[in-house]
Write a protein that binds this ligand. Structure first.
Ligand code: ZN
Ligand code: ZN
Ligand code: ZN
Length: 250
């Protein structure tokens, strides 16, 4: 499996517009973060997790000839705003919970009209619940997480789990994360936030799960400089950066 972090930034991206902080002014490319998304290549298939407003730019940076399915975590703009840009990928299957499917249909009614609007993307929206499902032949396990009060989903795919925009996970979900090799998890910054884990909360979950490799994403400019924060992390943990590739197994 290969996971490519297409975007490692929070909803505003980094730099934050009109901010003069040292992170937003940094010349280190690791400090420039597009909106949060990841590409998972596994068993000959390519799955995209979330499709935000930077999707087109992400694909220009990293040309990907084929996307077999898109998994959505929730309906916030930074996770769904790139759907129209899926057009060049042909018939794409989208997977999301019912509430998220409704939001997508409401935002892009012309994509789901009875009569196909010429030029509109050809999308197939599939409603999921918390049961395992198959997307492009790959078994996917949804993981219930909470984003403040909003129920959202993270995904386990084989030995990897991707949990973004999380501020709480209940104990009953933890067995679904047993035996993970890699955890990619939300860590907005180093101070508390009402709807996101801060770094120490994300680390605590990784420790509880006994995960040896943990990567932090959905990072905002208040995290601090990438190089400085990364150097404080223990072995097996790292901040994500845009374009980062994580290899595991076959
Ligand atoms: Zn987000
Ligand atoms: Zn800033
Ligand atoms: Zn969100």
């Amino acid at each position: 499996m290969k996971i490519t972090i297409l975007g490692s930034g929070t909803s505003t991206g980094v730099p934050y517009l009109n901010c003069g902080c040292e992170v937003c002014r940094s010349k280190d490319p690791h400090d420039a973060r597009l909106r949060c998304s990841a590409l998972v290549e596994y068993r000959g298939r390519t799955l995209l997790i979330d499709c935000g407003p930077d999707f087109r730019q992400q694909m220009l940076r990293r040309p990907t000839p084929q996307i077999d399915a898109v998994l959505f975590t929730h309906e916030h703009y930074d996770h769904v705003a790139g759907i129209d840009d899926l057009r060049p990928y042909g018939n794409v299957r989208l997977y999301a919970e019912e509430r998220v499917c409704s939001a997508i249909r409401r935002n892009l009614p012309y994509c789901f009209a009875e009569t196909h609007y010429p030029g509109a993307p050809r999308l197939e929206l599939h409603t999921i619940d918390l049961k395992p499902f198959t997307a492009a032949g790959i078994e996917i396990q949804p993981i219930r997480c909470y984003h403040a009060q909003l129920p959202i989903v993270g995904y386990r795919i084989g030995p990897m789990a991707y949990l973004t925009d999380i501020s709480r996970i209940d104990d009953d979900q933890l067995p679904l994360l047993d035996g993970l090799e890699v955890l990619i998890i939300d860590a907005l910054r180093q101070t508390p936030h009402f709807s996101h884990y801060m770094l120490t909360e994300a680390q605590a979950l990784a420790t509880r799960l006994g995960v040896r490799r943990c990567y932090f994403t959905h990072i905002c400019h208040q995290m601090g400089l990438h190089a400085a924060v990364n150097s404080t992390l223990p072995e097996g943990q790292a901040l994500c950066y845009d374009g980062m590739e994580i290899q595991l197994g076959d």
